[in-house]
Ligand binder design. Structure first.
Ligand code: KG4
Ligand code: ZN
Length: 355
């Protein structure tokens, strides 16, 4: 079917859709055709704006979204070269300033062009990414298991359908990416810490410093990372004052990364055991899914549990607008349109989506 052809589903016209993401520090826009094929996409990271502050500054993020979104949307619409038939924007959870910017921008387009509007839950967007056409051979049919490991979230979720999520376990303190960022800071790396820490760990000996593996073997699939972060901090505090020798920093990074990957593989294994007989697909998403050691450990865990691991390409694991547009399509296919009065929600757990 040509990409500009519209189809009617549940009384709604389904055609190309514009998606907007602005919940944290990535400004993103994408246009997908009615079948979910990507016609144009763009992501603008604000990493450089926030790096001097060692983390995301909400006010700076909101202003950056406001500055960049119009150009980004104009660009993807021009490159897609189709008339859009719907608009979707992340409406939560996330930083309220950015959510307001993205939602109001999307609503403005929806009102001006008389198009349906979908208020997308960012976590649902991560959860449904695996269903994008072409990503999983034969498609990712419900139900499947999602391991979401980002800077703000760390949870195992049974994905049972659009709007139907069962949380199997989650972190009781820090998210996995947050732990990478905090330990990165301890080791004198820039922000975000994850990618730099992974590079440093490549030259390190993971056995030199043995760190705890919180929750390992514990029933269920909850996570905890704050004790691990404290253990690294205490080890650093015992070292001679001054800058860390490069090899010491690399060994600390490798030891920490090994502990995190052991924990992720163990918790995911428990989650897979909890879903045995119901699902056979493990999908990993979020920035930490970019970590090669984590991917390898999860691959081994999935194989041992008789599951197939799906790790989307990294640009679709981290925050993007393709997943937002796709979630818009999934919801519109079910006739789920939102009112223009839908207020963005800084907190919006997946369970709250249940019909
Ligand atoms: O999903 P994401 O882009 O944004 C949200 O937090 O929603 O994830 C960012 C997080 C950061 O904490 C970052 O340090 C971590 O993902 N991260 C990594 C890697 N790349 C990004 N952590 C470990 N290894 C990586 N290669
Ligand atoms: Zn995210």
């Amino acid at each position: 079917m040509p990409s500009s052809v519209n189809r009617t589903v549940s009384g709604l016209i389904l055609g190309p859709i514009l998606g907007i993401e602005s919940s944290c520090d990535e400004t993103a826009a994408a246009v997908l055709d009615a079948d979910g094929r990507i016609l144009a996409e763009a992501v603008l990271s604000q990493e450089r704006e926030h790096a001097p502050f060692g983390g995301v500054v909400p006010e700076i993020a909101a202003r950056a979204h406001l500055a960049h979104l119009p150009g980004l949307v104009r660009d993807v619409l021009a490159r897609a070269g189709v008339e859009i038939a719907a608009v979707a924007a992340t409406a939560g959870p996330g930083l309220i300033g950015g959510l307001i910017v993205g939602s109001q921008f999307a609503k403005g387009i929806a009102i001006a062009r008389r198009l349906p509007y979908v208020a997308v839950n960012h976590l649902e967007a991560h959860a449904l990414t695996a269903r994008l056409p072409g990503l999983v051979e034969g498609g990712a049919a419900f139900p499947y298991l999602l391991l979401l490991v980002s800077g703000g979230h760390c949870q195992c979720v049974a994905v049972e359908g659009v709007g139907r999520y069962r949380r199997l376990g989650a972190t009781v303190d820090d998210a996995a990416g947050e732990a990478f960022d905090k330990v990165g800071k301890l080791l004198g790396l820039g922000w975000p810490g994850g990618p730099a820490l992974e590079r440093l760990a490549a030259a390190g000996d993971p056995a030199r410093y043995k760190f705890p593996r919180p929750m390992l073997g514990r029933a269920g699939c909850d996570f905890s990372f704050s004790g691990l972060k404290t253990a690294v901090a205490q080890t650093v505090a015992r070292l001679p004052p001054g800058a860390l020798p490069v090899q010491v920093a690399a060994d600390l990074a490798a030891g920490f990364q090994a502990a995190v990957t052991d924990v992720l593989a163990d918790r995911a294994s428990h989650a897979m055991a909890m879903m045995r007989g119901q699902a056979s697909l493990l999908v990993v998403a979020g920035g930490v899914a970019a970590n090669q050691a984590a991917r390898a450990a999860l691959q081994a865990a999935a194989t041992a549990q008789g599951f197939r691991l799906v790790a989307p390409p990294i640009r679709l694991c981290t925050d993007n607008a393709v997943m937002v547009a796709w979630t818009g399509l999934e919801r519109l296919r079910l006739g789920l349109e939102d009112g223009i009065d839908f207020a963005p929600r800084p907190r919006w757990p997946l369970e709250a989506l249940a019909p």
